[in-house]
Design a protein around this ligand. Structure first.
Ligand SMILES: [Zn+2]
Ligand SMILES: [Zn+2]
Length: 364
């Protein structure tokens, strides 16, 4: 019996465990000793007996086995650093880059043997671009991607009636072509829906409905409450670009309960006073109603406009552009993620005509 290696001198246990865990069947290019006869491995000199494994051609064995292992591990790699446009960048800039899983981590989860690791590496390929990926490159899995795009899933599904796959595809398209959303079928569908007067999530906020806006002032610095002019949204000239609003378009954020305001602002009652302006709707408003969905990406829109987070802004921004282009919307209504209640974000309104400040009081 001619053979070159045995189960004692290659990392056979690791390979076997990997094959079994992934239900890959028999390991090719191996032969199990079925009856006792004296054999000594020419490589490691181990004495072999029944049940031990012989490998007749070392090179063929490694080629076959590492290709199978590499191919199996590659299924984990939904997108590599080069073809992922969201999550990896986000973590690199804002999180701990050590949180990112690299190709090396993936292999080390299963193998400790240097010989195997070295041979498996060239077989690791990204499922998206099909390029082989260096050991220290990060990647994301399919489920991580689902989680990333899942942020919009309820809105795709419950508001726009779009599948998760089509929605994710659209967000990816936007990340590469941020200005061309309307060229994509999903983009067209969303715009058509928004223009349709019978669209279920297009609702009216009736006359006389009250909404609140809060503004804090430092107890020791300003003693008098804010006046009405100070409780409106900032003038257009000084508005920076945000999640919804293009630079220069000022947005008025209102809430329907004091609790929401307190939580959204993160009110620190020890050092600050908070004045609340009570706004009353004078003309019925038309808004896109996202309440009842997980619209956290939409509701965080008044936070930082950091451009590295732009992937997260792309979809809300697209919706906003469509609402403006449709020309009939005054704003968006969504659940507060911080307090119990709703936020109303108004981007198209006439001060004093569509709504006005009815009352101002200091919260306590
Ligand atoms: Zn051996
Ligand atoms: Zn790739």
């Amino acid at each position: 019996m001619v053979f070159e290696r045995c189960n004692f001198c290659i990392a056979y246990e690791e390979i076997k465990y990997f094959y079994d865990s992934h239900r890959l069947g028999d390991i090719s290019k191996t032969l199990e000793l079925t009856e006792s006869f004296s054999a000594v491995c020419p490589y490691c000199k181990s004495e072999l007996e029944e049940g031990d494994i012989l490998i007749s051609n070392e090179q063929e064995f490694f080629e076959c086995v590492t290709e199978v292992i590499g191919g199996t591990l590659s299924e984990e790699i939904a997108e590599c650093q080069d073809c992922n446009h969201g999550e990896i960048l986000l973590v690199q800039r804002h999180g701990d880059p050590l949180d990112l899983t690299t190709v090396g981590d993936l292999i080390l989860e299963w193998f400790t043997d240097d010989e195997i690791i070295k041979e498996v590496l060239p077989h690791i390929r990204c499922q998206t671009c099909n390029e082989s990926i260096p050991e220290d490159f990060p990647y994301v899995t399919r489920s991580e991607l689902d989680l990333f795009y899942g942020e919009f899933q309820e809105i795709f599904d419950e508001v726009f009636g779009i599948t998760k796959e089509a929605g994710s595809d659209f967000v990816k398209y936007l990340s590469k072509n941020p200005m061309l959303g309307l060229n994509h079928d999903v983009g067209k569908e969303i715009f058509t829906l928004l223009k349709d007067s019978t669209f279920a999530n297009r609702i009216n906020i009736p006359q006389d409905r009250l909404y609140l806006r809060g503004r804090t002032r430092k107890k020791l610095e300003r003693l008098v409450p804010f006046v009405a002019a100070e409780l409106w949204n900032p003038p257009n000239e000084i508005t920076r670009q945000g999640r919804y609003n293009p630079a220069g378009v000022s947005v008025l954020y209102l809430a329907d309960t004091e609790e929401v305001i307190e939580k959204e602002i993160g009110f620190d009652e020890d050092n600050y006073e908070m004045d609340i302006g009570e706004f009353i709707i004078k003309n019925p408003l038309t808004v896109l109603d996202l309440s009842g969905t997980n619209s956290s990406s939409f509701s965080n829109m008044n936070e930082s406009s950091d451009s590295t987070l732009k992937t997260m802004y792309l979809f809300p921004n697209f919706v906003m552009q469509c609402l403006l282009a449709a020309g009939e919307f005054n704003g968006i209504l969504y659940d507060s993620v911080k307090g119990k209640g709703k936020n109303l974000c108004l981007f198209d309104f006439e001060k004093e005509t569509d709504l006005l400040i009815n009352n101002i009081y200091t919260y306590n």
